[in-house]
Structures are given as C-alpha cells and as structure tokens.
Ligand binder design. Structure first.
Ligand code: MTE
Length: 334
C-alpha cells in the first residue's frame, strides 16, 4: 500500500495566500455574537492535519529557573521541547495548533499580578516575578492528555497549588477554586473576534473542587524544560492537573478565587454535553464525537505515522487520585 505523504498546509496552500486569507478573516472580525454553537470545537482526530509545523522565527525570551529536579522519570519519555512549544491550544491566539506560537510572542509578561481572594482570611495580590524569587520551585514530569485524544509528557516547573493557596488561609466555606485568564482583547486577537477565538465567551475560566486543588499533584506551573513558560504555553503562570483533560489547565492566570459553589468552566459552558466540569481522563467514557480509549503520542512523527497508546484511567494517576471520587458515578460526573 502506498504511504500517505505528510501534507502540511503550507505544502498545499502557497504561503502568501495562506497569510492573506488569515489576515482577511481576522480583519472581518466575524461578529457572530449570539451564536450558540462553538465555531470550532475541539478538533478530535483531525487536529494537526492543517497546522504549519515550523518554529516561529521570533520567540519571546525564556529565563532559566532554579528548581528541585524530578529525579524519577517515571518511565516516561519526554515530548521534544519544540513540540511542546509549537503544538498548542490557546484560543485567545487562534484555534490552529500553530497559532499560539505564531501570535502570542508579544504578550506582555511583566509586570504580572495574580489576585487571590474570596473565601480566605488573607486575600492578596501576588507579583509573579517576586514569586519566582521567593518560592521553592519543583520539577514535575507529567503526562498531559488533551480531550482531543493526543498526549505529551512535559517536564513542568512550578509550585504545588495547595501550598500556594494555604498562604491565603482558605476559610471553611472555600469548597471550590475558580481561576481566570487575562482578558485583554488588545493583546489577544481571539478575544476581539468570535471567529478567531473559536466562539468562546472570554475570559477563559476554570475551576477545581477544593480537595482536587489541595492534592499534591496539582501544580501552578511557571516553567517547562527548566525555563520560564513560553507565552503559548500560558506564561507566566498556568494550572496543571495531570489526571484531568488538558483544557482544565487554564493559562496565563490573573485571578484565583476560593468560592462556596461550583464555579463556571469555559468548555463546560460552551458545550456541556461534551465537556464536564470534572473532566477526569477516562478511557471508558467517550467524547460524543470520538473515542477516548486511546491517544496519539505527539513526537516528531507526522500525524500519518503517529504512535498510539491506550489511555489510562485518570491518565495513569489513579493510585494517587481515584479516592477523591469514591462513590461518584464517573459516567455522570464526566
Ligand atoms: N487556557 C486558556 N486560557 N485558553 C485556552 O484556549 N486551552 C486548554 C488549556 N488551557 C486553553 C487554556 C487546552 S484545550 C489544552 S489541551 C491546554 O491548555 C494545552 O496546553 P499546551 O498548549 O501548553 O499544551
């Protein structure tokens, strides 16, 4: 059988035409306010087919970090750094996998503050550059499983979320933690146009139950591969919850609130029948439009030669986290 060639969008569309089309679409702004369907929901098995797979020429500088190494590699092989930097979901910068790397480099990262409040005794504002100086950073090599059925293994650097939150002294009313991404349409083209931004109502928001947030695996990441985060990965600060689908890992956080009631979560709001609040990785519960039983490993192969592996319950972290959900019907609380 003839091997299918590795077709990239820039092989089939002349570069100038491709750029022109994108500028045109962005310029039109496509005011589709009121449309109830996501304009480009998660791409499922077809993601990556049309992405350009090249490194953007100008990359925002990333500073080296000092951190405690994750000595055990957990038998995992790391996803090449260039793939972690070029295959992204960050709809504020466009919906194609290569858009964030192309469009996010100008994101202003300093000064950057995170407001922490709600049900806490000591609300406060954290300056991320001060946090980088004062906090003890740890490396965590985690599997990352996107709801679109692709996966990576990423060496994150960050702070345990639980330790971070404890400084603000959550009260007994703090049952959930709500997170919010920067809202700045001037910097984020996807927030200016429903077409570019995939139909999401911004700002992007996410939430965790308090016991999930306090679990030692939950991380506030400030870096990867030993350096500060690239803008496309959610600089300067993003959430990483390795047993949940990647969309829970909200990027470029500016606000964290401890709250009494379950907070809104972007994908759950957009398509509740497809994306639950919990979003625990579960090979036994398919997405309505594709199977979650296996995943495509992102490495340097083309999508046509991709290696697949069986998806593990809780993304391989069941021993550590399954007890958080004991007695819950995971088909109902997906
Ligand atoms: N956070 C914001 N603010 N906007 C987004 O579009 N995409 C999510 C998540 N966090 C997203 C976000 C999705 S769907 C995934 S899979 C991960 O980020 C991707 O993280 P990565 O690009 O660093 O691999």
């Amino acid at each position: 059988m003839k091997k299918i060639p590795d077709i990239k969008e820039n092989d089939v569309t002349p570069e100038a035409v491709y750029k022109q089309r994108r500028q045109l679409l962005a310029g039109m702004g496509f005011g589709l306010a009121g449309a109830s369907l996501p304009l480009s929901g998660h791409a499922g098995v077809f993601d990556g087919l049309f992405g350009k797979d090249e490194t953007a020429s100008t990359q925002a500088p990333r500073k080296p970090l000092e951190y405690k190494q994750d000595k055990s590699r957990h038998g995992l092989s790391l996803t090449p750094e260039n793939k972690v930097l070029s295959h992204n979901n960050f709809y504020e910068f466009g919906t194609a996998k290569t858009d964030p790397q192309q469009n996010a480099q100008g994101l202003k990262l300093e000064p950057w503050t995170v407001e922490v409040g709600g049900e806490v005794n000591k609300p406060g504002t954290v300056d991320v550059s001060e946090l980088l100086q004062s906090a003890t950073l740890v490396e965590r090599i985690y599997r990352m499983r996107c709801v679109e059925a692709w996966s990576m293994v990423i060496p994150w650097v960050g702070i345990e979320l639980g330790a971070f939150l404890k400084q603000f002294e959550p009260t007994s009313k703090a049952k959930y933690v709500a997170f919010q991404t920067l809202y700045d349409p001037e910097q984020m083209p996807g927030q200016r146009s429903r077409f570019v931004g995939g139909g999401i109502n911004y700002p992007y928001v996410e939430g965790l139950r308090i016991d999930e947030a306090m679990h030692p695996l939950s991380l506030l990441a400030v870096g990867l591969y030993g350096k500060t985060l690239a803008p496309q990965n959610g600089a300067p600060l993003r959430l990483v919850v390795p047993w949940k689908y990647g969309f829970k890992g909200i990027k470029s956080i500016v606000k964290i609130s401890l709250v009494e009631k379950q907070p809104p979560a972007t994908w759950n709001l957009l398509a509740p029948q497809e994306y639950g609040f919990y979003a625990n990785v579960n090979p036994a519960v398919d997405h309505p439009r594709w199977s979650q039983a296996s995943e495509r490993i992102i490495d340097n192969s083309s999508v046509f030669e991709a290696k697949r592996k069986a998806t593990l319950p809780f993304n391989g972290y069941a021993d550590q986290v399954a007890e958080l959900y004991s007695g819950m019907d995971l088909k109902k609380y997906y």
